[in-house]
Design a protein around this ligand. Structure first.
Ligand code: GLY
Length: 369
C-alpha cells in the first residue's frame, strides 16, 4: 500500500504539496515492518504524533516472509526471551482486536496449538507439555506420519503474516499515523529539543527517533551488531482437515493456514543481504516436510520465497535507549518478530514515555555489546 495520512492535516498538506519545509512529529520511526508499525500504533494510542519511514513498502520484508508462529515456548529460543514472549502472548488478543477494529480487516489465529518434537525415544520423558497421543494425532494431524517421533503439546498460536500485512499499515494510518513509503532514511542528527531525520524525500523534525529497521538496523542509526539471516520458505498443499496444528520437528516446521496451504520453513543462512530463492534448497526442505506429511503436494510451481531475519550475536532483541540522545532501538528480533511485536510496542512506549516497562529491558540494551 502507499498511503499518507495524519491527524495533523498541516503535515499531510505540507508533504503532499512537496514544499521544502520539514515535517514535524513527536516520534519518527525508521522501518515499517511489524515492529515499527506496532510501536507507531501504540504511540498513537497514547496521543503522540508518529511518522513511520520505510525504504520500500510497509510490511514487505521479514514481517511478510515470516512463518507466523507465536512460538512462545520454542526450545530453540534463548531462555532470557521467555518473559517477553509470555507477556506478548498475553497482549496478543487486545493487539489483534485493535488492529482489526481500526483496519476493518480480520487477522485470525490460524492454529491454536503446536506439536513440538522432543525425542525418538519415549524414555526421554516429558519436557515441555503433555505428550501427544496417537488419538490426538488422529484428531489434529491425521495427515502426519509421526514415525517414532515423540511430540509434546505447546499452547501456542500462529497467524498468517499476509493477514497482518493487509491490516496493520491500514490500522496505523486509520489511527492517525503517517506512513512514508519508498523513502530511505539517510541520517539522524540530535538538535536542541529533538532530532532531525534526513530522508531521500523529506526532512523530518521529531522529538524522538526509533530504529526499527530489522535486518537493515545495523546499517541504520546506532552502529548495532544486527546481521541479516536468510530464511527460505514455501507452501505445500494439503486438505485443511489433515493438519490443524503447527508441527515442529528437527530441521523443519509445518504451519497450516487452514485453507489448503501448509507453510514450511525455514533455512537459516548467513549470506548477507541475499534474498534470492534457490529451488534446490526449497526442494530439500520440501522432502523433509513430505516425509512427515506424505499426503501433501509439492507442486512444480510451488509458492517459494525468502526473507531476512534481523540476527544479533546473542539471539536476543535490542530494545531501549540508544547512546545518542533522544534515539531508541527496537530491533534484532531474529526468529520472533511476529510473536514479540505487541510486547515490543508496549514496553518501548512505556520506556519512551518515562514509565517503568512491564518487562525489564536491562538484558536487551544495546550497551551489552
Ligand atoms: N520464525 C521462524 C523462522 O524464523 O524461521
Amino acid at each position: 500500500m502507499s498511503v499518507l495520512a495524519s491527524t495533523d492535516s498541516d503535515i499531510a498538506e505540507d508533504y503532499n504539496c512537496g514544499m521544502n519545509g520539514s515535517i514535524k512529529t513527536d516520534v519518527a520511526i525508521a522501518g515499517g515492518g511489524i515492529i515499527g508499525l506496532s510501536l507507531g500504533l501504540e504511540l498513537r494510542r497514547r496521543g503522540l504524533s508518529v511518522i513511520v519511514i520505510d525504504r520500500q513498502q510497509a510490511m514487505s520484508s521479514a514481517s511478510w516472509a515470516a512463518g507466523g508462529m507465536l512460538a512462545v515456548h520454542d526450545p530453540q529460543n534463548p531462555a532470557e526471551l521467555l518473559p517477553l514472549s509470555l507477556r506478548s502472548w498475553e497482549l496478543y488478543p487486545g493487539y489483534l482486536e485493535r488492529v482489526e477494529a481500526l483496519s476493518g480487516k480480520k487477522v485470525p489465529l490460524r492454529t491454536r496449538r503446536a506439536m513440538q518434537y522432543v525425542a525418538s525415544d519415549r524414555a526421554a520423558g516429558c519436557r515441555y507439555g503433555d505428550t501427544v497421543t496417537a488419538a490426538e494425532i488422529a484428531e489434529f494431524a491425521p495427515g502426519l506420519d509421526a514415525g517414532d517421533h515423540i511430540f509434546e503439546w505447546l499452547e501456542e498460536g500462529s497467524l498468517d503474516p499476509n493477514d497482518v500485512r493487509e491490516a496493520l499499515p491500514a490500522a496505523f494510518v486509520e489511527a492517525g499515523g503517517t506512513l512514508l513509503e519508498e523513502t530511505e532514511m539517510l541520517g539522524v542528527e540530535t538538535v536542541t529539543g529533538g532530532v532531525l531525520v534526513q530522508t531521500t524525500r523529506k526532512l523530518v523534525s521529531a522529538g524522538m527517533f526509533v530504529n526499527c529497521c530489522g535486518a537493515w538496523a545495523g546499517e541504520a542509526e546506532g552502529g548495532l551488531p544486527v546481521v541479516p539471516v536468510k530464511g527460505q520458505m514455501a507452501n505445500l498443499r494439503l486438505a485443511p482437515e489433515r493438519l490443524r496444528c503447527v508441527v515442529r520437528a528437527p530441521g523443519i516446521y509445518l504451519v497450516p493456514r487452514g485453507d489448503g496451504r501448509v507453510t514450511i520453513g525455514a533455512t537459516i543462512e548467513h549470506v548477507g543481504f541475499d534474498e534470492t530463492v534457490q529451488e534446490p534448497s526449497i526442494r530439500k526442505m520440501a522432502a523433509a516436510a513430505l516425509s512427515l506429511l506424505p499426503e501433501a503436494e509439492a507442486p512444480p510451481q510451488m509458492d517459494m520465497w525468502a526473507g531476512l531475519r534481523p540476527g544479533t550475536p546473542d539471539g536476543l532483541p535490542i530494545l531501549g535507549a540508544a547512546a545518542k540522545e533522544r534515539c531508541w532501538h527496537a530491533t534484532g528480533h531474529y526468529r520472533d518478530g511476529i510473536l514479540l511485536a505487541p510486547v515490543t510496542a508496549h514496553v518501548m512506549a512505556q520506556a519512551m514515555l518515562g514509565e517503568s516497562p512491564d518487562v525489564g529491558l536491562e538484558a536487551f540494551g544495546a550497551a551489552r555489546f
